[in-house]
Ligand binder design. Structure first.
Ligand code: FE2
Length: 305
């Protein structure tokens, strides 16, 4: 059962504030005798704050991801995370280990979705930055089940997607992802999931990488009424390192690198066409984490991150 508490309030909560705020984050850092190495690795704990008639009720529940279930069953960490690479069966012979390595060239990422709660259509999902998302019930915090975006049956197939999509006034969701391995030409993908579940999701546009083996890492992007703003920044994924990480025994996090020679770029939505950017030449870190706002003012785009 979920832990449910009526919270103590030091200041007053206005009675017009009604509804439920759902968040998530890392909540459990050890399983049995094993521990995670990084704050980004902890098993997802879903929290909710329900505001009703000036009172606040807090509730929390661990996300019952396949990762959570596998770890709990084994009583140790058996699924690799951003900063923790683990090997499910250390007793396997070299042949079996090599075969496991080939299966892991397309990394079977964790579904420990600990970054954000997002809405696609009418459904709510715990999300991280990989192909797996886990649907949750926003009221009970029960896990409904996992969905993979890496499947040819999907209209949108990708390896990575941000945990920070945008929503328009009609409730449609816009997000960006990356197809790196096993999904045809490597590319960034901008897609739309309609608010109306009877309509299908669609890819709005794709953008090829500037450098095939070093796509940019991006944690979020900008959106205005008419534009998607994407900075192809100089903090990058190293595809060769990613494909060999499992065999080399290093974590996924070590496959990211900052390219000091690169100034970053603003690709336009037409493939191959780049906008002239005004990223300051003197900037040493054209690398944004969260996009706070993007808005169009006459001929300028104001991008705040
Ligand atoms: Fe974030």
């Amino acid at each position: 059962p979920a832990h449910i508490y009526k919270t103590k309030i030091w200041w007053s909560v206005p009675p017009w504030l009604q509804g439920t705020l759902v968040r998530n984050g890392p909540g459990l850092f050890s399983v049995g005798n094993s521990e995670y190495n990084h704050w980004f690795d902890g098993l997802s704990l879903i929290h909710s704050f329900t505001f009703h008639n000036g009172e606040v009720t807090y509730r929390s529940k661990y996300l019952k991801s396949e990762t959570y279930k596998s770890n709990t069953k084994a009583d140790r960490i058996v699924v690799s995370e951003f900063g923790t690479m683990v090997y499910p069966d250390p007793c396997k012979n070299i042949f079996a280990r090599t075969m496991t390595h080939f299966r892991n060239i397309v990394p079977n990422f964790t579904d420990n979705n600990l970054i954000n709660i997002i809405r696609y259509g009418q459904d709510y999902y715990a999300s991280s930055e990989v192909n797996y998302i886990n649907q949750i019930d926003p009221l009970t915090l029960e896990t409904v089940g996992r969905v993979s975006l890496y499947t040819s049956k999907n209209h949108i197939a990708l390896n990575l997607a941000t945990a920070h999509p945008h929503y328009d006034k009609d409730g449609n969701t816009f997000n960006m992802g990356t197809a790196i391995i096993g999904l045809g030409r490597p590319k960034y993908i901008i897609f739309k999931v309609p608010a109306n579940a009877s309509e299908s999701s669609k890819v709005l546009t794709t953008i090829p990488f500037r450098s095939a083996l070093y796509p940019s890492y991006f944690h979020s992007f900008g959106m205005t009424e008419n534009y998607i703003v994407f900075v192809e920044q100089s903090f990058k994924l190293d595809i060769v390192k990613l494909a060999t990480a499992y065999f080399r025994g290093v974590n996924w996090g070590s496959c990211l690198k900052f390219d000091e020679k690169d100034r970053g770029a603003l690709p336009a939505s037409s493939p191959g066409l780049y906008l002239k950017s005004s990223l300051p030449e003197t900037s040493t870190l054209p690398c944004a984490s969260h996009t706070d706002s993007a808005q169009k003012q006459q001929n300028d785009m104001i991008y705040d991150s």
